[in-house]
Structures are given as structure tokens and as C-alpha cells.
Design a protein around this ligand. Structure first.
Ligand code: GCO
Ligand code: MG
Length: 403
């Protein structure tokens, strides 16, 4: 393998914004990394262009670990979503390159398969319980073994996670955030009814998941987890903001519903206390936002010591490049749990040709050398970047609430 000759950052918006890092070696191979930080895309674009790419040119592309250490340990400013997303993009691109140079699918370099396929969950949502039950049924017919269910809350004009476009849900909209109304009381009263209806209709074989999006206080989360116990959820996600991680002890002391956290974490230091104290069951960090394959493997190794399993974030705010890399990680890592899978639009799939595929509830990374996802730059250029933001939340009295 040779030296890095060139690296460039590509911004494209085939339905939503994606930032992609392309690293090219002197012998003409290229590797790709996803650098999409949802709603803050241009911060990483600049970080890569202004601070990272100048240090990559001429570097030995084979030295993945040393490059990671250089960008993390060598920098005065450590951690944080912008830095770690930039490092993650470089790391993923270098793993892609190394596997291409070896002529192997990436999972082979990561130790080979630990399983035959990657269990994934889809997103079902509806305005009310009946519509959500129907939507979950649609996923089960498509072959999904696991489905996340989100439902409109009676008495609230709209609910985050519940969309009109069921197949290609994209929550980022206006350039300046829209405002949603939230009520934890109304929400808490409505969720158990949804899962009761789902178990009544479909029994206990399908895995069911639910995302709280950080909206509850710890004691409210304990109450919800307890109320959901009869419906045996695969997990309850992000029940409360995870800054004060001690608060998870309170949730844990009230419920055996498994807990999943980590989609907005960016370093092992965010995960350490929750994992070491066994306060969660699934860790949801991604290759994109948590420092690439190199760092995610470290997080997974720590998690394995404590019987915490992985459940990588896989919303459409991560590009197909992220999914490609995640699937090689998922296939190889011993303590894999589940992979989130939200379909991208056909426009996005056209910009990012890929080797991975969905088959009967499982994802497969494919056998192409590298992570198996490429970018059609000419097509990408036809979809220029446009600012888009996630909505913010206010309580019914106007108080600003957690995202
Ligand atoms: C998830 C996430 C999504 C977020 C999205 C933000 O679990 O997939 O919480 O639902 O809305 O990633 O852009
Ligand atoms: Mg989530």
C-alpha cells in the first residue's frame, strides 16, 4: 500500500445532507468515510478541509492506528462530535483502503464472521395505535424480525418520530428549527397501550423496540420501563439525557426493561461509566460519530467485559457509507446485539452504489473488497448541500425541553 496523494470532502443532498471523505493513494486506490454530523454538517466539512487533510497528504495509508492516535492524541482539543466525526471519517476511509489493498471484504480484516447475518430493526410509526399496529404488520410482512414502534400522542398536535412519509422518514426539515409541543404526562399515558396492542396482535416472537429520545426524567423513565415490562421490549432507548449518568441507577432500580444509549456519544469516555456500572444493556455508538472502526472496536471490547451488546445507530442521517462500515463491524464483533436500519431514498442509493443488502430481516455487507460502498461524484454534484435542522421541543407552557 502506498502514501496518501489526495483527500477531498464531498457535500451532497440527495434528499438529505451527507458529507463524505474520499482518500486517494498514490497507486490510485480510494477509500471512503462518512463525515455526516446531522444539522452541523459544515462544521465537520471545515474541520476536515482546514485542519485534517493538510496533515494526511504524504502519510502512509497503511498506518491506521498511528493516524488515529495522531488526530486524537496529537491534537490539543480532544473529543467532541465535530472532532470525532472527522477522525471517524479518516479512520473508516483508511480501513476501506486497507481492505481493498488486501482484496478482502473489511469484515475479514476484523477477524472474520462471528455470525451469518446482521439482525436489524426497522422503524414503524403511525398517528394512533391502530395505524402503528398496521405499520408494524407491514414491516413483519417484509421479513423484519425486529421493529421499533413510535406512535402519535393523543392531545399533541404532532409527535417527533411520527411522519407522513412512512417509507423514507426524514426528520430534518427547515433551515431554522421548527418547534414541536411535548408533554411527558400525555406520552407516558399512551405508550403502554401501544405495546399492549402490538403484543395482542403479533404475539411475543417479533422483537419490539421503542425510542424515548431523551424526553423523560429518570423517575418517569423508571415508571415507563416498569409499565412496559409485560410486553418484553428488546430495548427502551435514550430514556433520559445521559449527561448525568448516575441517574441511570435510578431507572435501573425500577425496571428490568433493557436500556440502550449512545447515538450521540462520541468517545469511549462517554460510555465508560454506563458500561462499567452495568447501567445499560446496549451501546449505540456509530463508526461515524465515535471515531471510526478503530474506536468503535475499543468501545465494543469494553462493553463485552460487562455483557453490554452493540446496537449501532442507523438512522438516515448516517450515509450508506456509514451503514456499509457498520455492517462489517456488526458481522465480526463478538458482542453484537442489533443494527438499526432506516431505508434511504432511491436518490441517495443512486449516489452511493453499495454491496450491502437486506434479506429477510438480516443485513449482509457483501463480499466486495473494502466496506463495499462507493460514491458517484457526478451525481452527488447534482444535489447541492442545503441547510436543514431537526425540530426543537417546548412543553405546553412554552418551556424549552430536551431534544
Ligand atoms: C434513532 C434516532 C433518530 C433521530 C435521528 C436524528 O434512534 O434512529 O434517535 O430517531 O431522530 O437520528 O436525526
Ligand atoms: Mg434514537
Amino acid at each position: 500500500m502506498s502514501r496518501i496523494a489526495e483527500a477531498r470532502v464531498i457535500a451532497t443532498c440527495p434528499g438529505r445532507n451527507f458529507i463524505t471523505l474520499k482518500v486517494v493513494t498514490e497507486d490510485g486506490l480510494h477509500g471512503l468515510g462518512d463525515a455526516t454530523l446531522n444539522g452541523r454538517e459544515m462544521a465537520v466539512f471545515s474541520y476536515l478541509n482546514d485542519h485534517v487533510i493538510p496533515t494526511l497528504i504524504g502519510r502512509d495509508a497503511a498506518r491506521i492506528e498511528d493516524t488515529w492516535q495522531y488526530l486524537y492524541r496529537g491534537a490539543y482539543w480532544r473529543r467532541g462530535p465535530v472532532t470525532m466525526t472527522a477522525i471517524g471519517a479518516v479512520d473508516t476511509a483508511l480501513w476501506d483502503l486497507k481492505a481493498k489493498a488486501a482484496g478482502m471484504p473489511l469484515y475479514q480484516l476484523l477477524g472474520g464472521r462471528s455470525r451469518d447475518g446482521v439482525l436489524c430493526y426497522g422503524h414503524a410509526n403511525g398517528e394512533d395505535v391502530a395505524a402503528t399496529v398496521e405499520e408494524v404488520g407491514r414491516y413483519l410482512k417484509l421479513g423484519y424480525k425486529a421493529v421499533r414502534a413510535q406512535c402519535g400522542v393523543p392531545g399533541l398536535p404532532s409527535t417527533y418520530g411520527v411522519s407522513k412519509d412512512k417509507m423514507f422518514y426524514e426528520p430534518a426539515g427547515a433551515a431554522v428549527p421548527e418547534e414541536n409541543v411535548w408533554s411527558s404526562e400525555k406520552y407516558l399515558n399512551s405508550v403502554p397501550e401501544l405495546f399492549s396492542a402490538l403484543r395482542k396482535e403479533y404475539g411475543f416472537t417479533p422483537h419490539l423496540l421503542h425510542d424515548v429520545h431523551h424526553r423523560l426524567t429518570p423517575i418517569e423513565a423508571g415508571r415507563l420501563g416498569k409499565a412496559l415490562e409485560p410486553y418484553a421490549l428488546f430495548w427502551m432507548e435514550d430514556p433520559t439525557p445521559a449527561e448525568n449518568q448516575e441517574s441511570f441507577r435510578l431507572i435501573r432500580s425500577h425496571t428490568t426493561t433493557p436500556l440502550a444509549v449512545g447515538e450521540i456519544f462520541n468517545a469511549i469516555w462517554d460510555c465508560k461509566d454506563l458500561i462499567e456500572n452495568q447501567l445499560i444493556d446496549y451501546i449505540r455508538c456509530t463508526v461515524t460519530h465515535a471515531g471510526g472502526i478503530t474506536h468503535l472496536r475499543q468501545i465494543a471490547a469494553l462493553a463485552a467485559l460487562h455483557q453490554v451488546r452493540t446496537g449501532c445507530h442507523g438512522a438516515t442521517d448516517l450515509s450508506p457509507v456509514s451503514m456499509g462500515a457498520a455492517l462489517h463491524f456488526d458481522l465480526s464483533v463478538p458482542n453484537f446485539g442489533i443494527q438499526e436500519y432506516m431505508r434511504h431514498t432511491p436518490e441517495t442509493d443512486a449516489v452511493f452504489p453499495r454491496a450491502w443488502r437486506f434479506d429477510n430481516g438480516y443485513l449482509h455487507p457483501g463480499e466486495a473488497p473494502g466496506h463495499g460502498v462507493d460514491i458517484n461524484e457526478a451525481l452527488a454534484a447534482e444535489h447541492p448541500y442545503r441547510p436543514a435542522s431537526l425540530p426543537v421541543n417546548r412543553l405546553e407552557d412554552g418551556t424549552l425541553w430536551h431534544w
